[in-house]
Design a protein around this ligand. Structure first.
Ligand code: IPE
Ligand code: IPE
Ligand code: MG
Length: 248
């Protein structure tokens, strides 16, 4: 992946997940209200979605609002809900034209009926698009997702001996989506914050101190480049050692 390439070579991660963090600190450092940071973060999201399409990433999952974010001040929560609505209103047609399939992970129930309707309409409109699947984690929590899956299994009478990793995968909000290959967290925090806690078991991590609104296409390219250098062993041995046991 050279500096002037617009593609990322052969080892582009199939699924990238992003914890878009640092909007508040970005705003604070400029003397702006936190919501200005969330707005700038949304602008940036548009750039990163385009970059995913360009680089050939097939699945992008973005953490937009966690089950714990309800603990924030009311004005900030209302602002974030408003931004979600606004993004759907303003971006949906363009995203649809670009071949982006929108999905939602998390629970829609707690959102205002008007927003639920918009999200469901957006999902229906884009359901046959194939270029990029964009999973929006909104009112999402990894623990909540697992609880939801267990409840569903029990309701459907799944037998204990039928429970295995594949079955659990099918009961999560992400059913049918490959596990993330690469998880990016902006703003330097070194924690998972209840994001994809089951699916992240063998994901590669990339953490950058850059705040989300400043995490541009070049930074994204650097993250993908770092990924190509990782040695994913999944508990086994690296390819060089496995091919040549004398190195073991
Ligand atoms: C991430 O930015 C966006 C959401 C959690 C909605 P933050 O709002 O967490 O920004 P910081 O971490 O306070 O800087
Ligand atoms: C994670 O960021 C949630 C989102 C990016 C939506 P937080 O800012 O909520 O995470 P903590 O509180 O720092 O762990
Ligand atoms: Mg944060």
């Amino acid at each position: 992946m050279g500096d002037n390439d617009t593609t990322c070579g052969s080892e582009v991660p199939t699924h990238v997940a992003i914890i878009m963090d640092g909007n508040g600190r970005w705003a604070l450092s400029r003397g702006l209200p936190r919501l200005a940071g969330h707005r700038a973060g949304t602008e940036n999201l548009r750039r990163i979605i385009r970059a995913c399409v360009e680089f050939g990433v097939k699945y992008l999952t973005i953490y937009a609002f966690s089950t714990e974010n309800w603990g924030r001040p009311r004005e900030e929560i209302e602002g974030l809900m408003h931004i979600l609505e606004d993004v759907i209103d303003k971006e949906l047609n363009e995203l649809n034209k670009e071949g982006v399939q929108l999905r939602h992970i998390g629970r829609l129930e707690r959102l205002a009926p008007k927003i639920q309707e918009k999200v469901l309409d957006a999902i229906a409109l884009t359901k046959n698009n194939q270029r990029l699947v964009l999973n929006v984690a909104f009112n999402y929590g990894g623990r909540d997702e697992i609880i939801c899956g267990i409840q569903k299994m029990i309701k459907e009478g799944v037998k204990p001996e039928e429970v295995n990793e594949h079955l659990v995968d099918r009961y999560l909000f992400t059913a049918g989506v490959p596990h993330p290959d690469l998880i990016i967290r902006t703003s330097g925090e070194l924690r998972i914050s209840n994001f994809l806690i089951w699916q992240a078991a063998y994901s590669e991590w990339y953490v950058t101190p850059t705040y989300w609104p400043d995490f541009n296409k070049e930074e994204f390219r650097k993250a993908l480049e770092a990924y190509t250098k990782r040695d994913r062993r999944f508990g086994g041995l690296s390819a060089t050692v496995a091919d040549n046991p004398s190195h073991a």
